[in-house]
Design a binder for this molecule. Structure first.
Ligand code: GAL
Length: 957
């Protein structure tokens, strides 16, 4: 005889989607049916295993008085100061043995209890539904002691009929949540594993005769300007759209003249679906999405997607996002010229989609499905190719489509991410195509496009993208007929991405290339008392992927990173280019739908970076794709012969939903003439006196040739050749990219420990010349370096010439000089700004006069790395010095050395020392996005080759 001693938790490892839940349906907030939010503080008990506790906590009268509390929506691992476990970050590895559908016995299980009062005026007619908008990863639910069922599918809504069970007065809702379940095998997205009831829990009254499910079909015929509306509803009723004089029965089509919905012109019509029992607000956007002539067209026009991948993230609350945070994402996207979002890699909170409808963003809505970890075993046992799992896959597809089908912003349904290929995916695609033929299907893993309506790839390099644009990429017959998007590209990890402008050029050049979605929106840093922001490994995970989780265009607190500023410039909706010498500016409307009537233009003219004149520019309201040349006024005459340049800006002509009047959407700059280089007669002669050499305002150590001071400014460390930078995530590259990971190759070569051998110090007639050889231990390669100092009596000029010796097989990280100043805070410069720039990420660097402080020059990448360079600097002033470049240079200053920056893992490891370290660089190596994609393109390589460059120093005190 045998008997079982543990309670049955078989449902946890059951591949089925669950039992007891209602069929999926449209998600909406009723105008008049009552609802009760069950968000708030819940009683909470954590167990180490799924079966540790019996079900008695679900019984009425159970005393949970000694339980802890958690906030719902929320993840328990982010609450309780570590008492409830901690987050785990893995990219694609399952943090448990791959043994589908089984999960570890150690399966953190959170019992949640919520006692609530049913309001006394809660209607007694009809029924009620209990809705969970998101629970990770498996939940079993009881109301007043009766089990309702269990479900999986973390980022999908699940509803239960509870009308019969509700009681007047006190009700008890019990939810048991297991961190791991069979569903976890389908949710292997690159993100933190965060169990909990992380989205809303709501009780909905369902009056008799209320809407069950409905489907708004609102198409637009661009040839007639008419829209056709038909609202299908399970329960008959009427559809009212007052602004269009529409009053029709459900199921009946009606065609009227309308303004279409596009992401650029998100016109929504308010309507109502009225049934006997309920009024449902509708927000109707008329648009038609088709695949035609091998292109994705909306309302007859091909769209260029300027998108981003958005995970839901908040540094303290994880994936439990409030409405304001969602709105902040949308506002930031709109203000930075983005027009599209892929909801990687699961359907977002539905309120986010409402915002996309309202503010205007094209959406790829992606299903909650990823099985990436199976790649470790060549995709053997992959659930998407195993019929036993197909019901779960179809359930997920249906829960996405049914919930979100009434959003005009959604143009693609995505089957999921990185799940290999298989019959289950095909079944999903077939079901979706059948249920919603009015949208297209996306899935990146399907390179043959068997199931999809677009050829989608991630991180394809520029040259391959170009081939695809030219239709030279081959592929199946089906694929050759499809447009191309990069559902992920330009990995925004750490400093970068570089190479964005080069991608955009390709997207704009070839029709077949319909744009892409940057990976990704936000760094998933977890707020941490000591570390600032934590990433993988900071919670002692046994398997983790470090800071690969911090790869967004905005920092964890949503401050835009330089990558976002760069992207905004690269995708600006208006192109402004000029012929400065002839005073002509060419304006091109790069939008797909809107003319330029929402924008105003202004010109300004700068002399040496300072605006001396400005005015408005009259530009015709060009149609999409149109361009015009506009004459600028005569440039101001500058008696001093300074550098003159035009700046032309496109601004919002009035307030919009997403930004106020005068918000800058695009700009262009062009020179009136070339920059006059500093002239410098070398008139002074070095003089030796008591171990010191004096040359103009400067003093040097006669033995070493080290610069000691200029005028009254002490130089803490003499300018020396510097080639090292703290490798960026993109320099280090992803593990799988073996031959071009220069961050690694540089270190192997020893560029982080260069030695300086002094060859000679020679005081000549008009110059002090210091020769040295700069090279790493154990290698024969080196850089022959000559520092030539001259003076005109007041100023000091340093000319550096560098001659590489030996066989340099790698580019240099940087090439310039580094020196130290004992004091410096305020910084002013004339050059590129206001933010950082690198050779392949400098589109947004605007030439002007900028001010900052040493601290504010730093870009706070979550994992410290090279950052903060300013491009095209003509001169900079700091610490009592003025430094002019011949030619322009890259400027960086920080309160720690590059070596300290390199050693730091978190920003909290960086402590300001008593020296400000200044780098004046002649060149920097490009950035690229090799942390997942391509490295810098060849034109952004900093090759080791002979060069000469100069700086002129003077004092400002
Ligand atoms: C992709 C994946 C994303 C993310 C990215 C790298 O392969 O789809 O989820 O992991 O790489 O950050």
């Amino acid at each position: 005889m045998s008997f079982r001693t543990t309670p049955s938790v078989d449902y946890v490892e059951d591949v089925s989607p669950g039992s007891g839940a209602l069929p999926p349906r449209a998600w909406y907030a009723s105008s008049d049916a009552r609802s009760l939010s069950l968000n708030g503080s819940w009683r909470f008990r954590l167990s180490a295993t799924a079966g540790a506790e019996d079900d008695s906590f679900a019984d009425e009268g159970y005393d949970a008085g000694n339980w802890a509390e958690v906030t719902v929506p929320g993840h328990w691992v982010l609450q309780g100061d570590g008492a409830f476990g901690s987050p785990i970050y893995t990219n694609h590895l399952y943090p448990f043995p791959v043994d589908p559908p089984y999960v570890p016995t150690e399966n953190p299980t959170g019992d949640h209890l919520r006692v609530f009062d049913l309001p006394s005026d809660w209607p007694s007619d009809g029924g009620a539904v209990l809705r969970f908008d998101g629970v990770e990863s498996c939940a079993r639910v009881w109301l007043n002691g009766t089990e309702l069922g269990e479900f999986k599918g973390s980022r999908l809504a699940h509803e239960f009929a509870v009308g019969e069970l509700l009681k007047p007065g006190v009700n008890v809702l019990a939810v048991r949540v297991h961190q791991w379940s069979a569903g976890s095998y389908l949710e292997d997205q690159d993100q933190w594993w965060l169990p909990g009831i992380f989205r809303d829990v709501t009780l909905l009254h369902r009056p008799a005769g209320s809407v069950a499910d409905f489907f708004v079909h609102a198409s637009y015929d661009h040839t007639t300007g008419e829209g056709t509306l038909r609202v299908d509803s399970d329960v008959d009723g009427r559809v009212l759209v007052p602004a269009l004089d529409i009053d029709v029965a459900t199921g009946e089509p009606v065609t009227v003249a309308v303004e279409p919905w596009t992401a650029e012109t998100p016109k929504l019509y308010d309507g109502v679906l009225a049934t006997d029992g309920e009024r449902v607000p509708l927000r109707i956007g008329f648009r038609t999405v088709v695949l035609e002539d091998g292109l994705v067209k909306v309302n007859g026009t091909a769209v260029l997607f300027k998108g981003v991948n958005r995970h839901e993230w908040h540094p303290e609350r994880g994936r439990a996002l409030d409405l304001e945070t969602m709105r902040e994402d949308v506002l930031l996207m709109k203000r930075h010229n983005l027009n599209a979002v892929r909801t990687s890699h699961y359907p977002p909170h539905p309120a986010f989609l409402d915002l996309c409808d309202e503010y205007g963003l094209w959406v790829i809505d992606e299903c909650d499905l990823e099985t990436h970890g199976f790649t470790e075993q060549d995709w053997r046992d992959n659930p998407v190719d195993d019929d036993r799992w197909t019901p779960a896959l179809l359930d997920r597809a249906a829960r996405m489509v049914e919930r979100d089908k009434n959003h005009p912003s959604i143009v693609f349904w995505s089957l999921g991410n990185e799940a290999g290929t298989g019959r289950g995916l095909t079944a999903m695609a077939e079901w979706i195509h059948g249920r919603d033929p009015e949208r297209l299907v996306h899935y990146e893993g399907d390179w043959n496009c068997r199931d999809t309506d677009v050829y989608s790839r991630m991180y394809a390099f520029h040259d391959e993208v170009e081939k695809i644009g030219q239709q030279l990429d081959g592929g199946t017959h089906r694929r050759r007929e499809l447009p191309f998007i990069q559902c992920e590209y330009a990995h925004a990890m750490g400093n970068g991405p570089g190479g964005l402008a080069d991608y955009q050029e390709l997207f704009e050049k070839y029709d077949r290339l319909q744009g892409g979605f940057i990976w990704e929106w936000i760094d998933h840093g977890v707020k941490h008392a000591e570390l600032g922001y934590a990433y993988g490994g900071d919670f002692g995970e046994e398997l983790h992927d470090g800071n690969f989780v911090c790869d967004g265009l905005v920092f964890p607190d949503r401050t835009p990173s330089p990558g976002l500023i760069e992207y905004k410039k690269v995708i600006e909706p208006v192109h402004i280019e000029g012929d400065g010498a002839n005073g002509i500016v060419r304006i091109t409307n790069k939008q797909d739908f809107a003319d330029l009537s929402a924008l105003a233009f202004e010109w300004s003219c700068q002399v040496d970076g300072e605006t001396v004149e400005s005015g408005s520019l009259s530009v015709p309201a060009l149609a999409p794709g149109g361009s015009a040349e506009v004459k600028l006024p005569e440039p101001p005459v500058d008696g001093r012969g300074g550098e003159r340049q035009w700046t032309v800006r496109a601004l919002l002509a009035g307030d919009t939903l997403w930004a106020a009047k005068d918000h800058v959407v695009a700009w262009g700059q062009f020179a009136v003439g070339a920059r006059p280089l500093p002239s410098f007669p070398a008139t002074d002669r070095p003089a030796l006196d008591d171990g010191r050499i004096t040359l103009g305002p400067a003093r040097f150590d006669a033995r070493t040739g080290a610069l000691l001071s200029i005028g009254g400014v002490e130089v803490g460390a003499t300018p020396r050749l510097d080639v090292w930078r703290a490798p960026t995530d993109n320099d280090d590259g992803a593990e799988w990219q073996t031959d071009t990971r220069y961050g690694v190759l540089w270190r192997t070569l020893g560029l982080h420990r260069m030695r300086h051998r002094l060859v000679s110090v020679e005081a000549g007639d008009d110059a002090l010349t210091v020769r040295s050889r700069v090279a790493p231990a154990a290698r024969e390669v080196g850089l022959d370096t000559v520092y030539r100092w001259t003076s005109d009596g007041e100023r000091l000029r340093l000319s550096v010439s560098v001659t590489p010796e030996g066989d340099w097989t790698v580019p240099l990280p940087r090439l310039g000089v580094r020196f130290g100043l004992p004091e410096a805070d305020r910084v002013e410069w004339f050059g590129g700004g206001p933010g950082e720039a690198y050779p392949d990420s400098k589109a947004a660097s605007m030439i002007g006069r900028w001010q900052s402080t040493v601290d504010r020059l730093q870009t706070p990448y979550v994992r410290p790395q090279e950052n903060g360079a300013r491009a095209d600097v003509r001169w900079v002033e700091l610490g009592g010095l003025r430094i002019e470049g011949d030619p322009e240079f890259w400027f960086t200053a920080r309160r720690w050395t590059t070596e300290q920056l390199d050693a730091a893992r978190h920003r909290s490891d960086l402590a300001a020392g008593d020296t400000v370290w200044v780098n004046l660089d002649h060149g920097l190596h490009g950035i690229g996005s090799q942390s997942c994609g391509p490295g810098p393109l060849p034109q952004y390589f900093l090759k080791a080759e002979p060069v000469e460059f100069s700086f002129v120093f003077s004092t400002t005190r």
